[in-house]
Design a protein. Structure first.
Length: 555
């Protein structure tokens, strides 16, 4: 778990809590994060975590992690483990405890029987298609199921037989008896139990009937003492059903309150776990932790920090209205942090050899370079200088464009922290491509400006050929070519907008020797290039976290 101290702005949820307290609802603030273990957490999950965790933290309350494992067909312990690992890495420690929805299966069943006994639930034989037909529309009321008036005794018997496994999947449901004419479609006798003959990852084959989310979730909240059930906006129309369940299976004191916020939508990506799983299963990406994925583990592998992720969520804001946030804000947050904290190192990503012809072959000297000019305590390190060096190929131009102040024929450039050099000769391969640049150094300029006062406008980075180490560098780009994936035309799919050029592999790079001992989780600025981190999966490989700068201006 990384250290993660982050700012918490006041928002409309906190205003609701403050008003509740002023009105006498002075209960401890107890929140929860209830992920379904059917995939890995993503940046959208980080918003839900941030809101629930920071709200509990602000009011000195408790924060629970509860795995919503009520759908056995899609769940796996792999996802359970990854969710818990990501939550701890983010720093959102569940001080209220770790729970599973399946812990409450017995209680949910008891409450379902209670509703049947009170005439508030019935076993229905309608198929899913028939239920949709009977449900009505937004402008027309629904029709009562022909099975709605079964006796309490028959419903109890049928529900017990459902539990014993006597009926096939989908043949019967248990429905709440509420109001088929309600303007809220969620109150038109919603199904609260279904038959699923599938082994559960924790309960095994004990159950073949499972509660649906809208029934199980309010019960779980109430039993855990959750006072504020903070969830995304698509559950707003479900709130009357949430309250109905709490009221009719209770009494519970205090009664939990559901409140909703807008989901986090980010440009150039998707938050659909179903589609993210498809990318993984079809090997279109390198696993759930592919650095192009919006998953927490993908961001971690790419070098993002918990603080930068929560800062992104904070800056994106907590509101109820739909909005889409520019992914460049996420890059801005990590760049701003790493500019202050990341040690500087040199890497030459596309090396071309430079030979200093007037420098002795057997000589090595050392020049001090800053570890971080933004941190006075970071100090300096010694960089070895020898006759043969590497510079980046883009810092050389045989036919330079206007205002090119780097290395060019008969031009001078400063080697960062060392000498001024002049290009005298270009050595080519058999096809005429430059492979070596032969230069002379002004050996009087190692400690500062030329004695004759001439101005050198360009400074480039470099490495000693003898002292540098080989490395591979991965450059990742956006996963999609369209900014707002919600605007994809009906005749297209996500696949049509996948960025097929979203990753580049650079081999034969050269790095400072100290970087060979770098560990995953460490982050560096490669001078003049960007921010990088060692790949946690591939030794000797560095991943670019973010470029050095861009034109994004935060609001």
């Amino acid at each position: 778990m990384e250290d993660n101290t982050f700012k918490t702005d006041s928002n409309f949820i906190h205003e609701i809590i403050d008003k509740d307290r002023a009105d006498g609802y002075c209960v401890p603030v107890h929140t929860r994060f209830p992920p379904e273990p059917n995939g890995y957490l993503h940046i959208g999950s980080a918003k839900a975590i941030y809101i629930n965790y920071s709200t509990a933290q602000k009011y000195g309350g408790l924060f629970n992690l509860r795995f919503d494992d009520t759908n056995p067909a899609k769940e796996d312990t792999e996802y359970v483990d990854s969710i818990y690992r990501d939550l701890l890495w983010l720093g959102a420690v569940p001080n209220g405890g770790v729970y599973y929805g399946s812990d409450y299966f017995d209680r949910c069943y008891e409450f379902a029987v209670k509703l049947i006994r009170e005439g508030k639930a019935y076993v229905c034989d309608l198929t899913a298609e028939q239920m949709r037909e009977y449900r009505g529309t937004l402008t027309e009321p629904g029709r009562n199921s022909p099975y709605r008036d079964r006796s309490v005794e028959e419903n109890l018997s049928l529900f017990e037989r459902m539990r014993r496994g006597e009926f096939p999947d989908g043949s019967r449901t248990l429905r709440a008896k509420i109001d088929m004419a309600s303007p809220n479609m969620n109150l038109r006798d919603p199904a609260i139990y279904r038959i699923v003959h599938t082994s559960h990852h924790r309960q095994g084959d004990k159950w073949c009937v499972y509660p649906l989310y809208d029934f199980a979730h309010p019960i779980q909240d109430a039993l855990e003492g959750i006072t504020y059930s903070l969830c995304s906006i698509e559950f707003e129309n479900h709130r009357p059903l949430y309250d109905w369940v709490v009221e009719n299976v209770g009494p519970f004191e205090p009664r939990p309150k559901q409140r909703e916020f807008a989901r986090l939508n980010v440009t150039y990506t998707v938050m659909s776990k179903r589609y993210l799983r498809k990318l993984v299963e079809e090997q279109l990406v390198d696993g759930w932790d592919d650095p192009r994925m919006p998953t927490i583990c993908g961001l971690r592998r790419r070098g993002f920090t918990p603080a930068s992720i929560f800062e992104f969520v904070r800056r994106a804001g907590v509101a109820k209205a739909y909005s889409i946030v520019d992914i460049e804000l996420l890059d801005y947050c990590i760049r701003d942090e790493l500019n202050r904290t990341a040690p500087r190192r040199i890497a030459v990503l596309d090396p071309i050899k430079v030979v200093i012809t007037n420098y002795p072959e057997d000589k090595t000297e050392y020049f001090p370079v800053s570890n971080n000019p933004n941190d006075e305590t970071a100090g300096t390190r010694e960089l070895p200088f020898t006759r043969e060096l590497y510079i980046d190929r883009e810092d050389f131009a045989e036919v330079p464009p206007p205002k090119f102040f780097r290395l060019k024929p008969d031009g001078e450039v400063r080697l960062m922290g060392a000498y001024i050099i002049r290009l005298n000769e270009i050595v080519r391969d058999g096809e005429g491509r430059p492979i070596e640049l032969r230069c002379t150094a002004d050996l009087e300029t190692g400690n500062g400006a030329p004695a004759d006062g001439r101005k050198i406008k360009g400074t480039i980075h470099w490495l000693s050929a003898a002292h540098s180490a080989p490395a591979t560098v991965m450059l990742y780009d956006k996963l999609f070519t369209i900014a707002n994936t919600a605007e994809i035309p009906a005749d297209k799919t996500y696949d049509d907008y996948l960025n097929r050029d979203s990753v580049r592999k650079l081999e034969n790079c050269r790095i400072e020797p100290s970087l060979t001992a770098a560990e995953p989780g460490e982050r560096f600025q490669f001078v003049r290039t960007g921010y990088f981190t060692p790949d946690s999966r591939n030794p000797g490989v560095f991943i670019r976290t973010v470029t050095l700068k861009d034109s994004y201006k935060p609001q």
